[in-house]
Design a protein around this ligand. Structure first.
Ligand SMILES: [Fe+2]
Length: 411
């Protein structure tokens, strides 16, 4: 079945923010959009981002007659506590608009606040493992997401990822009712992104595009987003990583990561993300870096099940051309992804995040990680659906090949 025939047999709903404001200077419009929706804004950001951009943001909002409350305790991989604290401020100060400033961590905290503001229950109740997909009954209050990374694409998606520190796990919430109303994409804001996080977030975006493209839920509309996203990321991520001030590359990455977000939220992510959430929660390393570590192994594992799609991935990444036969081109996809990760020195960044568990310690948690991956539902979206044993084997291969201090990819 070709992908165009999906829409001649089934109905799909394409979700998107109501407005996407794009380009240099887009951030200056936050006052206009905030006043369209209310007059008391809860601004959510990380301390680091607020230090860089806070003064300008507060000034724009003040000029628009907006009163602003600020929550800046968001940490990378935001926690249940982050959402509860920010929601307490929202309720206490009677706010009417949520404005997030930053990458996925700030945006997901804002989505979490919106869920609690509009629905009864605790944030854990809305995870897909408890409430299922589309398990948020009521839409969030007006939500404006100013994106400063490239990126999670969270400003355009139905997804929220929350860390539960009490269990060292992450849980996923998926609902159309959390898609932001307005996404602000200003490439100048992403210039401040450090080189390491340019690599992490860029590979996260590439992973979104590839996973959406090969997903069993893929069809023509998200496929278009995914192909375009892969082209932009392949040509501009190495440039933005090497020279963060290159505004053309930053803008191209911002478009690419938005398209990757639109791709996966209208198709799905798959095995990489299913495995990345538990591993990231255990190792406390950034989401994009975890994806970068896992992606080549999952591509290698999966290529046989969707050879035409993976052949296109390899061609877009420059590892095969149109003359190569489909199967041969698909076989190049894993090495192409690995090469890009190596070009960005991604494995080297592991040294910045403390001790990796010993193999014995890793073995103690691998069964639990495997079960968490399965429970998230994401592995079911993979073109080659893995068994429990295959996921466990992938985790072990990853450890021996890329995580262990003496592993080949780290030496
Ligand atoms: Fe992701």
């Amino acid at each position: 079945m070709t992908h165009d025939t999906v829409l001649s047999r089934e109905t799909r709903t394409v979700v998107s923010p109501s407005n996407v404001v794009f380009g240099v200077g887009a951030v200056d419009q936050i006052g206009d959009y905030a006043s369209l929706h209310g007059e008391r804004v809860l601004l959510i950001a990380t301390e680091q981002i607020f230090d860089i951009h806070g003064e300008r943001v507060l000034s724009i909002l003040e000029d628009a007659g907006i009163e602003t409350m600020v929550y800046t305790d968001v940490r990378p991989d935001p926690t249940v506590e982050n959402i509860e604290e920010a929601h307490a401020l929202w309720a206490d100060r009677d706010c009417d608009v949520i404005l997030t400033f930053g990458g996925g961590s700030s945006i997901d905290t804002g989505k979490g606040v919106g869920i609690l503001a509009a629905n009864d229950g605790e944030i854990r109740d809305f995870g897909v493992d408890k409430a299922g997909y589309e398990g948020v009954p009521n839409p969030t209050p007006p939500l404006i997401a100013v994106n400063t990374t490239a990126g999670t694409g969270s400003e355009a998606t139905r997804s929220v990822v929350v860390s539960d520190e009490s269990t060292s796990t992450k849980f996923l919430i998926v609902s159309q009712n959390v898609v932001p109303d307005v996404a602000i994409e200003d490439p100048e804001l992403s210039v401040s992104l450090p080189r390491s996080h340019t690599a992490f977030t860029g590979i996260d975006a590439l992973t979104h595009a590839i996973e959406a493209y090969v997903s069993v839920h893929s069809y023509s509309i998200p496929d278009g987003f995914a192909e375009e996203a892969m082209k932009r990321i392949a040509r501009s991520l190495p440039v933005a990583w090497a020279n963060g001030d290159d505004l053309d590359a930053r803008a191209d990455m911002l478009v690419g990561q938005l398209q990757a977000g639109q791709a996966f939220t209208n198709s799905s992510v798959a095995l990489v993300h299913g495995m990345a959430r538990p591993l990231g929660a255990q190792l406390h390393i950034p989401h994009g870096l975890v994806n970068a570590l896992i992606l080549p192994y999952v591509v290698e594992f999966s290529a046989m099940a969707a050879p035409e799609k993976y052949a296109t991935v390899a061609r877009i990444l420059g590892a095969a051309d149109d003359d190569d036969r489909t199967r041969a081109a698909a076989d190049e996809a894993a090495d192409a992804v690995l090469q890009l990760c190596e070009d960005l020195s991604l494995t080297g960044y592991l040294d910045d995040f403390g001790e990796i568990p010993t193999r014995e310690e890793y073995l103690d948690v691998v069964d639990e990680m495997t079960q968490d991956a399965i429970d998230s539902g994401s592995p079911d979206n993979n073109p080659r659906k893995p068994t429990t044993e295959e996921i466990r084997d992938l985790y072990l291969t990853l450890y021996d090949d890329a995580l262990a201090p003496d592993s080949p990819r780290r030496s």
